[in-house]
Write a protein that binds this ligand. Structure first.
Ligand SMILES: Cc1ncc(COP(=O)(O)O)c(C=O)c1O
Length: 235
C-alpha cells in the first residue's frame, strides 16, 4: 500500500449533499407547510406515517420527536414502571437504557454476541434469572438492530413469550433492513426508530416513529405522545 497516498476524508454525515440532491422540492415542501401553518401533526405527518407503514408493512405507525421518545412512548403505553426489569443489550446507544430508566423501571444489561454484537440469548436468559432473584418483574426486552444488522428476533421472541414479556425492537440504526424476508417494523410487538440525520432514514433535525400491528397499542402510544408534548410545553 502506498503510505504517502492521502485520500480526501469522506464526511461521516454529509447532510448538505442530501439537501443539494433534493434541491427545489425541499424548499417547496417547507413553503407548503409555512403556507398552511399546521406545523404540528399536520397533513404531511399523516402522509409520512402512511408511507412508512406501506414501506415496512406495519399496520400502524405513530411518528414522534425522536427515537428516544419512540422507545419511551411504547414503554409508557405498556405501563412499564418501578419494579419492572427491561432487558437491553450492553452494546448500544445510551438511549435504549435511558428510555427504560425514565419510566422508573430497571434497565438490565445483558451481554452481546461476539460475532453480531447483538443481544446474546444465553445471556438474556441469565439476566432474566438474575432480575427475578433481585425481586424485579421481567416485563420487556429491547433488542437493538445494531449497525443495520437485525437481532435474532425469532429466538428473542420465543424467550419473551415463555417469560410473559413483550418485545420492543430498537431499530434506530436498522430501519430499512430485513429480517427473514420482512422489513424491520413487524418483527416485535412494537418497533421504534430514529430519524436523526446520521440514521438510515435521516431527517433535518430530530424525529422518530413507532411501528406496530397491535390495534390497542397504537392509540395508547398516541396518547403517550400527547402527554410527552404537554410535559415539554410546560417545562
Ligand atoms: C440504538 C439507538 N437507539 C436509540 C437512539 C435514539 O434516537 P434519537 O437520537 O433520535 O433519540 C439511537 C440514536 O442514536 C440509537 O442509535
Amino acid at each position: 500500500m502506498n503510505q504517502h497516498l492521502r485520500p480526501e476524508p469522506v464526511p461521516f454525515i454529509d447532510v448538505a449533499a442530501q439537501r443539494d440532491r433534493l434541491g427545489k422540492s425541499l424548499g417547496e415542501a417547507v413553503s407548503r407547510v409555512l403556507g398552511h401553518c399546521q406545523f404540528i401533526n399536520g397533513p404531511e405527518v399523516a402522509q409520512l406515517e402512511a408511507e412508512l407503514a406501506a414501506f415496512c408493512g406495519a399496520k400502524h405507525v405513530v411518528s414522534c420527536a425522536s427515537g428516544t421518545d419512540a422507545l419511551l412512548m411504547v414503554l409508557m403505553a405498556k405501563g412499564v414502571g418501578r419494579g419492572d426489569a427491561v432487558f437491553c443489550p450492553s452494546f448500544t446507544f445510551c438511549a435504549t437504557g435511558e428510555a427504560v430508566a425514565l419510566t422508573g423501571a430497571t434497565p438490565v444489561f445483558v451481554d452481546v454476541d461476539e460475532v453480531t454484537f447483538n443481544i446474546d440469548t444465553a445471556s438474556l436468559k441469565r439476566g432474566i434469572a438474575t432480575a427475578i432473584k433481585l425481586g424485579l418483574k421481567p416485563r420487556a426486552v429491547i433488542p437493538v438492530d445494531l449497525f443495520g444488522q437485525p437481532a435474532d428476533h425469532d429466538a428473542i421472541g420465543a424467550i419473551a413469550q415463555v417469560e410473559g414479556m413483550f418485545v420492543l425492537d430498537d431499530a434506530a440504526q436498522g430501519f430499512g433492513a430485513s429480517y427473514k424476508g420482512r422489513r424491520l417494523g413487524t418483527s416485535a410487538l412494537a418497533t421504534a426508530t430514529s430519524f436523526f440525520p446520521a440514521k438510515p432514514l435521516g431527517c433535518f433535525g430530530d424525529g422518530g416513529a413507532i411501528f406496530t400491528d397491535d390495534a390497542e397499542l397504537s392509540p395508547r402510544a398516541t396518547r403517550s405522545r400527547r402527554v410527552m408534548r404537554k410535559g415539554s410545553a410546560t417545562s
